[in-house]
Ligand binder design. Structure first.
Ligand code: F6P
Length: 318
């Protein structure tokens, strides 16, 4: 068997390093070498590749980000770019590739398979927007970061009887907002799956304020509204002072949580073992607490209506 290449691509996610570590350690366990490809697909096209030894991944498990660095490559979207990538893989004697990333990155892996490379995907994205898996690496850590930030905002909201709109990441997936609210982080939420219009947000706020609750936190998934407009609308309609906080990139950094570390380890090991067994064009996931694999063509960041979770939320937020 030739060498295994590993790369991280797209937005970074806490726990990617743990997955890299698991890939290297597992490959070495089976006497295989691993080549680390830097800067995702762009670095692959440019031949930014170095051998990754066990000692290089020894102390990376608690580090956020990705030691391999990452990028979003527009060149790789073109067939010419992908053909360049294949040439580089051949030059470095890499016939097997593990790709750690979100939807676009995993779809990129499928394209490489079409050009003759054996590929396995590992879901690494804070958005948790991949329908085939219950969790992606990074989501749990980010959720904890969001809850920590929200907790701090709530302290000051309470002291000042203030209403705050908090925007969380997620691309087109409401999981960060949904799970934050389930964990007690917010009173009103609007997500792509359950979008509330300005009027409904105001009437929910009005109800709460009339019942004597003057500190309120509204969690909104990014890309849904113009937040300045929403803030002005609430202020004018309810005659209260509102603040807006966009949590932004603080959500992507930080030490991975224990959950993400264990998940990333399990997924990294599974990826290498699948390759060794001769599988390809598969992506690793977790369903009902079991590590699974599916064909890469199943990777879609479709909006899933997590009805069971929203039903729970109805019991909590009223
Ligand atoms: O996919 C991860 C993510 O952080 C999304 O939540 C967010 O919309 C996007 O990446 C931001 O992308 P960029 O880093 O390119 O600004």
């Amino acid at each position: 068997m030739s060498k295994i290449g590993v790369l991280t691509s797209g937005g970074d996610a806490p726990g990617m390093n743990v997955a890299i570590r698991a890939v290297v350690k597992t490959a070495n366990y089976y006497q295989l070498d691993v080549m680390g490809i830097q800067y995702g697909y762009q670095g692959l096209i440019e031949g930014k590749i170095q051998r990754l030894t066990s000692s290089k991944v020894e102390d990376i498990a608690d580090k956020g980000g990705t030691i391999l660095k990452t990028s979003r490559s527009s060149e790789f979207m073109l067939e010419t770019g992908r053909k360049k990538a294949i040439k580089v893989l051949k030059k470095f004697d890499i016939n097997f590739l593990v790709v750690i990333g979100g939807e676009g990155s995993l779809k990129g892996a499928e394209k490489l398979h079409e050009l003759g490379i054996k590929v396995i995907g590992i879901p690494g994205t804070i958005d948790n927007d991949l329908a085939y898996t219950d969790y992606s690496i990074g989501f749990d850590t980010t959720l904890n970061t969001v809850l920590e930030c929200i907790g701090k905002i709530k302290d000051t909201d309470f002291s000042h009887d203030k209403t705050t709109i908090v925007e969380v990441m997620g691309r087109y997936c409401g999981d960060l907002a949904l799970y934050s609210a389930l964990a007690g982080g917010g009173e009103i939420i609007s997500t792509p799956e359950r979008k509330l219009d300005f009027e409904t947000i105001c009437s929910k706020l009005h109800l709460r304020i009339s019942s004597g609750k003057h500190d309120n936190l509204v969690i909104i998934t990014e890309r849904m509204f113009d937040l300045q407009e929403l803030q002005r609308y609430i202020e004018e309609k309810l005659n209260i002072s509102v603040r807006t906080t966009v949590l932004g990139f603080i959500q992507r950094g930080g030490k991975p949580s224990a959950f993400d570390r264990v998940l990333a380890s399990k997924m990294g090991i599974a990826a290498v073992e699948l390759l060794i067994k001769g599988h390809s064009v598969q992506t690793i996931g977790i369903k009902e607490n079991k590590i699974i694999h599916k064909e890469l063509k199943n990777v879609n960041a479709e909006i899933i209506d997590k009805q069971d979770k929203y039903r729970l939320l109805e019991r909590l937020l009223h």
